[in-house]
Design a protein around this ligand. Structure first.
Ligand code: SAM
Length: 367
């Protein structure tokens, strides 16, 4: 496949900044493909299997334990070794995963499983043709075109929202946990597969929880997980939250985890939320992407390229596919605050969590 990228090969002398850029591009080519290999390692459970083996193992031992084809496993291991993810003993042809790396690559991870997040890259890649068509003709790519979206979103949500819910996110609102213990009504807007709300329902049996999502697939999963948890205080409905007709009941707490910026009509959704929130004590807790509305302020964002790409190929596009506003994931704090105020929230606080550089937490009240 040789792409002839070695330096100076074309006999053109390059300045040091050109060389730097060439190295940068080479690095991206390597890492872009590596991201897909990491995703494969997650989906085939190879990282989990290699960790469980505990000892340096041959490709045959690994593939037997994983019930996978040895030839494919060996080539994947090659990619992992040259990228310094997996260790290799050439004398014994054995492979192993160092303990400190297991924590970032396995399902048993107590920190953040990056291999799970790498699944976003192939999810985006599958709609590349459709997105190019949108570049040429406008429009967008519908949610249904993103195969495995809800499954991967649920995994992501488990390790971001759910993992931090009780220790970090709910404590952002003083007194909220006590109120949930006592018994209040809660609505989750764009609840997806319902991980967050099912977890809260199990923890706070005196409160009543409702989840709305436009996706039937996501709501079915949320319902079956709720039944498995034997949650009696939660219900899920396939609903379009931009429709004022379905946003009628009042709630003490409305939450939206990563579910506002990709709406068809986010301004209307925020207005619907403001209308159904208990006007005295009600809280709207909105988790959304950490960023500025001004591109120049996002240049050093640690996840800037990933977030703009996700926005272009998914968040903005799913909104445009419904003739929506195409706000995009990088709508930013300034725009979000302004839209919350326009919707009727007079009191908006923007909070961050020390360990979470991807999200803002907006605590909004009517008065
Ligand atoms: C990025 S996902 C977040 C899902 C979930 N909150 C989580 O954290 O896993 C956004 C969700 O909003 C839902 N959604 C988009 N537009 C909607 C609408 N108009 N009404 C209800 N749900 C909507 C999508 O189906 C999707 O599940």
């Amino acid at each position: 496949m040789g792409n002839g990228m070695s330096k100076g090969e074309k006999g053109v002398s390059s300045s040091s900044s050109e060389t730097g850029f060439q190295d940068y591009m080479t690095d991206i080519l390597n890492k872009g493909t590596l991201a897909i290999m990491l995703s494969i390692g997650h989906r085939t459970r190879l990282f989990d299997i290699i960790s469980s083996l505990n000892n340096p193992s041959t490709s045959k031992e690994i593939s037997l334990k994983a019930k996978l084809n040895e030839r494919y496993v060996r080539e994947w291991l090659g990619a992992m070794v040259v990228s310094r993810v997996i260790e290799y003993d050439s004398a014994h042809k054995t492979y192993w995963l160092e303990k400190e790396k297991m924590d970032f690559l396995t399902r048993a991870s107590s920190s953040y499983n990056f291999a799970a997040s790498m699944q976003w890259i192939p999810i985006l890649a599958q709609v590349e043709d459709d997105i190019i068509n949108c570049f040429q003709k406008g429009g967008g790519v519908h949610y249904d075109s993103f195969k495995r979206f809800h499954e991967v979103m649920a995994e992501e949500s488990a390790q971001t929202v759910v993992a931090g819910l009780f220790d970090f996110i709910l404590p952002l609102v003083p007194g909220l946990e006590e109120n949930l213990m006592r018994g209040i009504s809660v609505l989750d807007i764009g609840c997806g597969s319902g991980h967050a709300i099912n977890t809260m329902a199990a923890r706070f049996p005196r409160s009543k929880f409702v989840g709305y999502d436009i996706s039937e697939e996501a709501i079915n999963k949320a319902r079956s997980d709720g039944q498995q948890l034997n949650n009696k205080n939660v219900s899920f409905n396939v609903n379009d939250v931009s429709n004022p007709q379905v946003m009628k009941t009042n709630f003490d707490l409305v939450v939206a985890f990563d579910a506002i910026h990709d709406q068809r009509d986010p301004a209307n959704v925020l207005k619907n939320i403001a209308r159904i929130i208990n006007p005295d004590e009600g809280i709207f807790l909105m988790q959304d992407i950490l960023g500025s509305s001004f591109l120049e302020k996002n240049i050093n964002h640690p996840l800037g390229p990933f977030l703009y790409a996700m926005s272009c190929m998914h968040c903005m596009s799913v909104s445009l596919a419904q003739n929506g506003t195409g706000l995009g994931a990088m709508w930013g704090k300034e725009k979000a605050t302004e839209m919350l105020k326009d919707a009727g929230f007079a009191n908006v606080e923007v909070k961050t969590l020390a360990h979470d550089f991807q999200n803002y937490y907006y605590v909004a009240k009517i008065t």
